[in-house]
Design a protein around this ligand. Structure first.
Ligand SMILES: *[C@@H]1O[C@H](CO)[C@@H](O)[C@H](O)[C@H]1NC(C)=O
Ligand SMILES: *[C@@H]1O[C@H](CO)[C@@H](O)[C@H](O)[C@H]1NC(C)=O
Ligand SMILES: *[C@@H]1O[C@H](CO)[C@@H](O)[C@H](O)[C@H]1NC(C)=O
Ligand SMILES: *[C@@H]1O[C@H](CO)[C@@H](O)[C@H](O)[C@H]1NC(C)=O
Ligand SMILES: *[C@@H]1O[C@H](CO)[C@@H](O)[C@H](O)[C@H]1NC(C)=O
Ligand SMILES: *[C@@H]1O[C@H](CO)[C@@H](O)[C@H](O)[C@H]1NC(C)=O
Ligand SMILES: *[C@@H]1O[C@H](CO)[C@@H](O)[C@H](O)[C@H]1NC(C)=O
Ligand SMILES: *[C@@H]1O[C@H](CO)[C@@H](O)[C@H](O)[C@H]1NC(C)=O
Ligand SMILES: *[C@@H]1O[C@H](CO)[C@@H](O)[C@H](O)[C@H]1NC(C)=O
Length: 693
């Protein structure tokens, strides 16, 4: 029983116990008197202590009885368990090392009163006691000393009252110092020799990096030439010792530091670094080397050192020199930094407006800024065939071959430039233009003008965009601008069409056509013909194209001969009926003109002159120009005084109107060719008398 706590009043607690016997049931048929007893009758217990009460009876079924008390009951007695204590301890104990040992026993009451003895050989241990119900556990730390080396025993004994239980176990105490692993120097410069030694005392057997010693107790050595690769190399030394049939081992390891000059390899300090514009980046160039080198990078041609995070801009692209330095030396490397960025269009290299000149074979040049070089594709959208590709000038990175090799259509194209960092779109207005072009349909090489028409020059136009200017000039001299076409305007003209994209020339031959004019109508012989004589009339006309000549003779005139082209009318053996008025008319596509002449067939003593000529030209086409050539004759109608005419040789206009006597020199000898355009031949009032001799 544990002693009362110091300072506590030793108070005695009086315990009254009421013993209930009613439950047992006093049988009326008892052969011997039944009894029940409680010892001690007066119980005194120390405060905090415990007291056994013995309740006994001779009843046939004592387990049905019981002890009743207002006090809390704690267990029932089992005198000590017959089992020995259990020991928990290692079989082998290393000298100097602490090992936990414990001894435990169940079935103790009151366990608190039990006493424990725990000893390693002669060395008594002082365990901590842990009680749990009627169980006891004594735990201690055993440390074997060198004197105890060898076989010994761990003993445990538990005593409660006058009883005790004990147990022991064999323990082997051994000593096993750790192996010794030494480097000739903990850090060596590259290239120097290092000696590694692994040693342990007998009878341990050492192994260095897998190489065992020749015999137990002997060291192992390793020599190496330190290289950079040996930096942080670990060496392992194992020692093995057999104790009581069991092999124990101990390990040691150490690390070698090799000092070496900085090295910049392509993994930790790449030669090429790519950054993306707008991101944050730092020039990462890490050098190997012991002691750790310092690295500084400087842009070529600049002085300040690049360090820390940069907000990447295109200006950061370039070549940098990185230098790593430590106490063993230094190393340098050139690092090329590329800054990539998304596409962007610039008006100069990819204009919004582009004019394609037909036949030029030019391609649209749309160079886009961006890294890597963006791929560009211009696709027709508005005003062009949908999805038609605009052929691009090299570098043509358009993914598809253009569907039209070189002939774009006007319209709006959407140019899309893409690289891995984004894409951008620009609208391009394409207009198609062409140099001037003239051909037979726009500028005929042979042209015909009509004299007198309004002069406008050769009819000559040209195709092309923008609309070409066309001007024609006469070969071999300027072309006098006139109001009306004259036949002098005929000739060869050079027409020149010009626009911004070039010129085209064409030679145009211009012919001028004109209405016929009977330029000459003459009789031979001129002075009239005697009956039976021969006479001819010659008519010459000016016209283009050449006129056709036709004649009108007096009604009764027979046997008239005409030359092949009607230019000459001839009569052989004139009769009186051949006298009269003859009309020569010249006709072409532009009109008709006629003159008349009067033929007199006269005797030797009498002749009658008939004057007057009738212009019989009927206008085939209305046109003022002909008027220029028409001469009017004042005295064309009337009676002529033959007698006076005979004496004077000229006819006199009888009605005197206009007074134009003798008006025309060409009417010699009484023939008077006159022309008129105004009045048709009908209705003339002439008096013609023919008299045969
Ligand atoms: C309890 O009392 C009975 C009768 O008096 C006696 O025989 C017995 O030995 C006692 N037991 C103890 C543990 O004292
Ligand atoms: C019984 O007594 C022991 C020792 O005094 C104590 O450790 C244990 O808690 C007690 N048990 C009960 C159930 O009160
Ligand atoms: C302890 O060792 C002794 C002799 O050294 C031996 O007789 C005994 O059997 C051993 N006990 C155990 C439990 O091994
Ligand atoms: C170490 O280097 C020396 C000379 O540089 C050479 O002779 C020797 O063989 C090297 N030792 C080893 C283990 O490589
Ligand atoms: C492209 O042409 C349009 C229409 O002619 C004009 O308004 C615009 O200013 C031009 N753009 C450029 C960049 O020249
Ligand atoms: C531009 O082209 C890229 C790649 O083909 C595409 O992803 C993007 O949608 C296109 N952008 C436009 C506006 O068409
Ligand atoms: C000649 O004149 C006649 C009638 O006057 C006409 O039918 C004929 O076609 C003319 N011949 C030529 C060649 O002009
Ligand atoms: C008509 O024929 C003659 C003789 O062949 C020729 O001299 C004359 O020029 C011709 N006239 C016309 C208008 O062709
Ligand atoms: C008139 O013409 C005819 C036929 O051509 C000819 O025989 C005759 O000699 C001519 N007369 C004169 C006088 O020339």
């Amino acid at each position: 029983m544990p002693g009362p706590l110091p300072g506590l009043l030793r108070a005695l607690l009086g315990l009254w116990v009421a013993l209930g016997l009613g439950l047992i049931g006093l049988s009326a048929v008892a052969q011997e008197p039944l009894w029940a007893d409680l010892q001690p009758r007066v119980a005194l217990v120390e405060r905090g202590g415990s007291l056994w009460l013995n309740c006994s009876t001779n009843c046939p079924r004592p387990e049905r009885g019981g002890l009743e008390t207002s006090l809390r009951r704690n267990g029932t007695q089992r005198a000590l368990s017959p089992e020995p204590p259990r020991l928990a301890a290692p079989r082998l104990l290393e000298v100097g090392s602490e090992s936990p040992v414990s001894c435990s026993l169940d079935g103790l009451f009151p366990a608190s009163e039990a006493r424990v003895y725990l000893a390693l050989g002669a060395q008594r241990l002082h365990p901590d006691i842990i009680l749990e119900g009627d169980a006891l556990r004594a735990a201690a730390t055993a440390t074997a000393s060198a004197e105890q080396e060898g076989a010994t025993q761990l003993a445990c004994s538990v005593t409660l009252g006058r009883e005790s239980r004990e147990t022991w176990e064999n323990v082997t105490v051994y000593s096993f110092p750790a192996p010794l692993l030494t480097l000739s120097a903990p850090s060596v410069p590259e290239g120097e020799t290092v000696t590694v030694t692994c040693a342990a005392g007998a009878p341990a057997l050492v192994t260095l990096d897998g190489v065992p010693a020749a015999a137990p107790g002997q060291p192992v050595q390793l020599q190496l030439n330190a290289t950079a690769n040996d930096d942080r190399r670990s060496f392992f030394c194992d020692a093995a010792l057999e104790v009581d049939g069991e092999v124990l081992s101990k390990k040691e390891s150490t690390e070698l530091r090799v000092l070496y000059a900085p090295a910049l390899d392509s993994v930790s300090c790449p030669e090429r670094i790519t950054w993306l514009e707008g991101t944050e980046a730092s020039l990462s160039c890490v050098a190997h080397g012991v002691p750790p080198p310092t690295v500084s990078c400087v842009r070529s041609g600049a002085a300040e050192v690049i360090e820390g995070l940069l907000h990447v801009a295109r200006e950061h692209a370039g070549t940098y020199r990185c230098e790593a330095t430590n106490s063993r030396g230094s190393a340098a490397k050139t690092v090329a930094i590329t800054v990539e960025y998304g596409p962007s269009f610039e008006e100069l290299s990819c204009p919004s407006n582009w004019t394609w000149v037909e036949g030029s074979g030019r391609l649209f040049s749309c160079e886009v800024d961006g890294k890597p070089q963006p791929r560009v594709e211009c696709v027709g959208s508005t005003g062009t065939t949908e999805r038609v590709l605009l052929p691009l000038a090299p570098p043509d990175l358009s993914p598809r071959a253009p569907s039209i090799p070189s002939e774009p259509a006007s319209g709006i194209y959407t140019c899309n430039a893409t690289n891995q960092h984004g894409s951008m779109v620009k609208m391009v207005a394409v207009s198609v233009e062409s140099p001037p072009k003239m051909d037979e349909s726009t500028c005929p090489s042979h042209q015909t003008w009509l004299e007198g028409a309004k002069a406008v020059g050769p009819a000559c136009a040209a195709l092309g965009r923008p609309s070409p200017q066309v001007s024609c000039s006469r070969e071999g001299g300027p072309w006098p601008q006139r109001i009306h076409v004259s036949r002098q305007d005929a000739g060869t003209y050079l027409c020149l069409a010009t626009n911004a994209h070039g010129t085209d020339t064409r030679i145009v031959t211009v012919g001028v056509e004109y209405r016929p004019v009977v330029a000459e109508l003459a009789a031979s012989p001129p002075g009239g013909v005697r009956p039976g004589g021969n006479f001819t009339l010659t008519c010459r006309a000016e016209a283009w194209p050449p006129a056709q000549i036709s004649w009108r003779a007096p009604p009764g005139a027979l046997n008239i001969g005409l030359s092949g082209n009607n230019s000459t009318l001839s009569v052989a053996g004139a009769l009186g009926s051949h006298g009269g008025e003859y009309e020569c008319a010249a006709t072409n596509a532009h009109g008709r003109h006629a003159l008349r002449i009067t033929v007199r067939v006269t005797g030797p003593w009498l002749w009658v002159a008939v004057g007057g000529a009738v212009g019989g030209a009927a206008l085939l086409a209305a046109g003022a120009g002909l008027a220029f050539y028409v001469q009017s004759t004042a005295c064309k109608k009337g009676e002529y005084n033959v007698q006076e005419a005979e004496s004077s040789g000229e006819a006199v206009c009888l009605n005197g109107a206009g007074g134009g006597t003798g008006g025309n020199d060409s009417a010699q000898g009484g023939t008077e060719p006159d022309g008129t355009a105004e009045t048709p031949a009908g209705g003339e009032v002439f008096s013609i008398q023919l008299t045969s001799a």
